[in-house]
Design a protein. Sequence first.
Length: 214
Amino acid sequence: MLIPSPGLHIARLDDDLVVLDLEQDAYFCLPGVGREISRTSSGDWRPSGADIATSLVNSGLFLRGAIIEAPTCAPLPVRTTRGMVHASKASPTDLLRLLAIWGREARRIHGRPIAKLVRQSKRLERGSADEAAVLHAVHLFERWSPLLPFQGLCLYRAYLLRAFLAAQGHGVDWVFGVRTWPFNAHCWLQLGDLLLDDDLDRVRLYTPILTVAP
């Protein structure tokens, strides 16, 4: 059995492996290597033979054995908050709360690599997440976030929404996903099987490669 080297997150997409190197803030693809290795339900990797295992270890991508716990990814969501009916109404107070979060976090977002954003996000205050309360907070974010910059940038939007939720005591998963041919990366937030503030049809195009848990 093999596990990814520290700082690396790996996903298998058909015949290919995609690697996210957090320290280098880069993705790269290994075409054809996915035919030679598969991922087990426990999160570690099983190569097709000893020679393949040796090559992958010598490349620095993997370590032998379960020295540390293999990272796992959240399964793709099956529901989304998009289109859900919200009984609550947003207020100017909610806008002020969101602006306060943005004012505190905005300088920590722009131009920062993924690894630094992940570390910052892990330091945010949070507690247990109640679905009804999370839905209310997401509704507020959707109502007022068009007034903020960085529209359309999934990395910044997800970070800011996670900070907004954490400030209200809600912890949710931040999931990064990849696709190939053509390559693209995306990220989103989810609570269990519930996708927050994104479309299922878009997220299902991606294979999760990293989950940042509360």
